[in-house]
Design a protein around this ligand. Structure first.
Ligand code: GLU
Length: 506
């Protein structure tokens, strides 16, 4: 089997779009799954759309996501340079070849003339208002002008573009891996500009030349590029090159079915109804986990197949399961609820040691950095399945590092009864006697007190929880008490007995 080489070929025109990250991810997964090579190529030849800093941003996001290319601007490789702006000479060479073989031509039409043609003001606009086979012979180009005139105009430095001479009567066919058989009629296609008047190539020429020179085996990209396929197929044919296999990924929409747009968005916390933010970095800034973002993005158009209910995937699992044959044709919807759910699931599955490393800077800021790793690990073990975001730990887990400074008012009103103080004190006496302060022994002590007073366990469990944590909900109480340790628990229970009755009188 020929070796798999795929590329992610973004244009640095602004922020990193969710759709771009999906294209990068699918290319990466496909490469890893097939022991292939993942190439990053920066398509920066459209100088009018170039945004300063966008390339650096993009590379940073890819590195953050762990989608590190095997070849690219940072890694380099045998097919570089990987910035198209550094390859202009190559494109000129190939454009020249097309001109010489009669497949492309120089065009000198001014922007004003082109505008007049398009708006129907030129006499020849009667045949077509698009630059195509119907009109090309009556425009200002090397097909309509004499050889001498063309030479002179070139020598005089007249601005020109190079256009592809699209055949008039061809049907181009592609067997797209996702979309199946797709046909294009060459009549519908204009004579594409290949080299612009600023000397830079257009996307079409540069893309085809580089995919060939970089030996790309599969082109995996968004559906918005499907309409470019016939132009590319014709270019491959002109050069007698074999076209790569193609897979066009479905579009991604807002939950309300509209196109995702940054203009609709001010913040993730305040999204307009039915909209989501297309900017990947907004989700990174909001504290979503890398694995959750990649998992959510992987599911935008792909699923593991019938009979496979799995939804939570690590990147390794994605590599094992991913295949282009399971990518849908129909548009995908980016759903923030799903991402939130996945974030919680991924945090719940995270290794305690890894989570501790993530929490250490925050623990230091809070001044909670003097506890043992063993203690942190046990606290994390209790809390991790309850976290929606990593930073929730500092809110939900504060009482593991400092005494509660207040008690949840609603909980107190509901749970703290006239006899609670006595029950607490008796519970204190019982647990004080315990040699080994473990969840099982603590539970037994609590049940004994409850039995003695003929009350349900809840009569003690709820007030104890409030007393030691300040919250009315949290991890299993007996485990929580075990982790807190006897001394802290008794101290907090005694304090609660002192202050809570007074709080309730207020
Ligand atoms: N430069 C194009 C983009 O910005 C790449 C399209 C392709 O992958 O061929 O998405």
């Amino acid at each position: 089997m020929a070796s798999v080489r795929v590329r992610f070929a973004p244009s640095p025109t602004g922020f990193v779009h969710i759709g771009s990250l999906r294209t990068a991810l699918y290319n990466y997964l496909f490469a890893r799954r097939n022991n292939g090579v993942f190439v990053l190529r920066i398509e920066d030849t459209d100088r009018t759309r170039y945004v300063e800093g966008a390339t650096e941003n993009l590379i940073r996001v890819l590195n953050w996501a762990g989608l590190v290319p095997d070849e690219g601007p940072e890694q380099e490789g045998p097919y570089g340079p990987y910035f198209q702006s550094q390859r202009t000479e190559i494109y000129h060479r190939y454009a020249q070849e097309l001109i010489e073989s009669g497949r492309a031509y120089y065009a000198f039409d001014t922007p004003e003339e082109l505008e007049s043609m398009r708006s129907g003001k030129l006499p020849q606009s009667a045949s077509s208002t698009r630059y195509n086979f119907l009109i090309r012979d009556s425009m200002c180009n090397s097909l309509s002008l004499s050889h001498r005139d063309v030479e002179r105009m070139l020598a005089d430095g007249m601005p020109y573009v190079v256009r592809l001479k699209m055949p008039a009567d061809r049907i181009f066919n592609v067997e797209d891996i996702i979309r199946g058989h797709v046909e294009f009629d060459s009549k519908e296609i204009d004579d594409q500009v290949l080299i612009k008047s600023d000397g830079y190539p257009t996307y079409h020429l540069a893309n085809v030349v580089d995919d060939h020179l970089m030996q790309i085996s599969h082109v995996i990209r968004g559906e918005e590029w499907l309409s470019s396929v016939p132009k590319h197929l014709y270019l491959y044919e002109c050069f007698s090159w074999q076209a790569p296999k193609m897979a066009h990924l479905p579009l991604i929409f807002n939950p309300d079915g509209t196109k995702m747009s940054k203009r609709d968005i001010t913040s993730l916390a305040d999204l307009p109804e039915g909209k989501v933010d297309p900017d990947v970095e907004s989700y990174i800034r909001a504290g979503f986990e890398r694995d959750a973002i990649l998992n959510a993005i992987a599911l935008l158009g792909w699923n593991p197949g019938d009979g496979h209910e799995q939804e939570v995937f690590s990147v390794t699992e994605l590599i094992e399961s991913f295949g282009l044959e399971r990518v849908n044709k129909s548009a995908a919807i980016f759903d923030l609820q799903k991402l939130r759910w996945l974030n919680k699931e991924h945090l719940g599955r995270m290794d305690e040691g890894d989570l501790l490393e993530r929490l250490k800077p925050g623990l230091a800021i809070k001044g909670w950095d003097r506890f043992s790793d063993d203690y942190y690990t046990r606290v994390i073990g209790l809390l991790k399945s309850r976290l929606s975001f990593v930073n929730d730990f500092f809110e939900y887990g504060a009482y593991f590092f400092q005494d509660p400074s207040e008690y949840e008012e609603k909980g107190l009103k509901k749970r703290w009864k006239a006899q609670s103080a006595n029950l607490m004190l008796e519970f204190c006496q019982e647990i004080d006697k315990l040699k080994s302060f473990n969840a099982g022994a603590i539970e037994e002590a609590l049940r004994q007190v409850a039995e003695r007073h003929d009350v349900g366990g809840g009569q003690i469990i709820h007030p104890v929880r409030l007393a030691v944590s300040g919250f009315s909900v949290g991890p299993g109480l007996f485990d929580l008490l075990e982790v807190l340790g006897k001394e802290r628990v008794i101290k907090r229970l005694k304090k609660a007995v002192e202050v809570i009755p007074a709080l309730l009188q207020q």
